[in-house]
Design a binder for this molecule. Structure first.
Ligand code: AMP
Length: 284
């Protein structure tokens, strides 16, 4: 497996692959890899002959006071994990390589970035779309795989690729969870034992809502009340948002009429966790 740190070298490699008809599949990550990331890499093998994983903690998607500096990093470990997952190239540029002096261009998707995470992290998606657009231009992938764990991010990237005619197939992959239900995340490394236990309330709240929907409950307010109760808003867990949204447009849903996204974000101690599930109504 090769590690490439230079943009020009990655572009040359991508061009060489394309020249001989190889399909390129990209998995963008911020590293500190876990089974969720590795599952995306295995999925990528179904969509490309050459698998590239990018590892880049992207400063432009972190707001002031967020965890950019302390975000967990372990390149040696990541390199071994990626190699074991059949990755051919890890693209791991420095911040200066991606944002050299004089950098001043950003990609901004409008409506779909406004609610949910866009409310509490107003500059986040602009950083995400900018770095993903850059990665598409550098790695030249035919396909790129993203996790549904970051459901809004996936919707935003779908929108960007469609709106800007990017010739990349954007593929979503379901959330990978720990055995007890906690959605895997590099940020879980921040949690103390007690916080790890409290964090389980997110997936439990999703389970509860799913049962209600399957049981015939369609009233958003009723479902969200139970969800908020499950999450609890004292002690360890502080709700950032708990909302029902249309899975494509992310417009707010009051009454479930079809598959509906339940999206959660909560602070457990200082750590902000997100989770979601697409709820299905009982067939009538
Ligand atoms: P990150 O390194 O957190 O930026 O994540 C890189 C990619 O992995 C994104 O597309 C995430 O949605 C995806 N991902 C992270 N955690 C999970 C998970 N538990 N299940 C599925 N995909 C995930």
């Amino acid at each position: 497996m090769r590690i490439i740190e230079r943009v020009s070298e990655m572009q040359q490699q991508a061009e060489a692959w394309r020249h001989v008809g190889r399909r390129i599949a990209l998995v963008p990550t911020m590293g500190y890899l876990h089974q969720g990331h590795l599952t995306l890499m295995r999925e990528a093998r179904n969509h490309g002959d050459e698998i590239v994983v990018s590892i880049f903690v992207n400063p432009t998607q972190f707001g002031p006071g967020e965890d950019f500096e302390r975000y967990p990093r372990d390149m040696d470990r990541d390199r071994h994990l990626a190699e074991g997952a059949g990755v051919g190239v890890v693209f791991a540029p420095s911040v200066a390589e991606m944002y050299p002096d004089g950098y001043q261009t950003f990609v901004e998707v409008m409506e779909v970035t406004r609610p949910l995470c866009g409310q509490s992290r107003p500059t986040h998606f602009r950083g995400v779309t900018t770095v993903v657009a850059k990665l598409f231009n550098i790695v030249k992938p035919h396909a790129a795989v993203f996790g549904e764990k970051d459901f809004q991010q996936l919707a935003v990237i779908h929108r960007m690729a469609r709106d800007l005619n990017m010739d990349v197939q954007v593929i979503g992959h379901p959330i990978v969870r720990e055995e007890d239900g906690l959605a895997m995340s590099s940020r879980n490394a921040y949690l103390t034992g007690d916080q790890r236990a409290a964090a389980l309330r997110l997936s439990r709240a999703l389970d509860e809502a799913e049962s209600m929907a399957l049981g015939g409950e369609t009233r958003g307010a009723v479902i969200l009340e139970v969800v908020r109760e499950q999450l609890g808003s004292n002690g360890e867990v502080r709700i950032d948002y708990a909302e029902l949204r249309d899975p494509e447009t992310l417009k707010s849903v009051d009454e479930m009429k079809g598959p509906t996204l339940l999206a959660l974000a909560a602070f457990v101690g200082r750590t902000r966790l997100i989770d979601n599930r697409v709820l299905r109504c009982r067939a009538r």
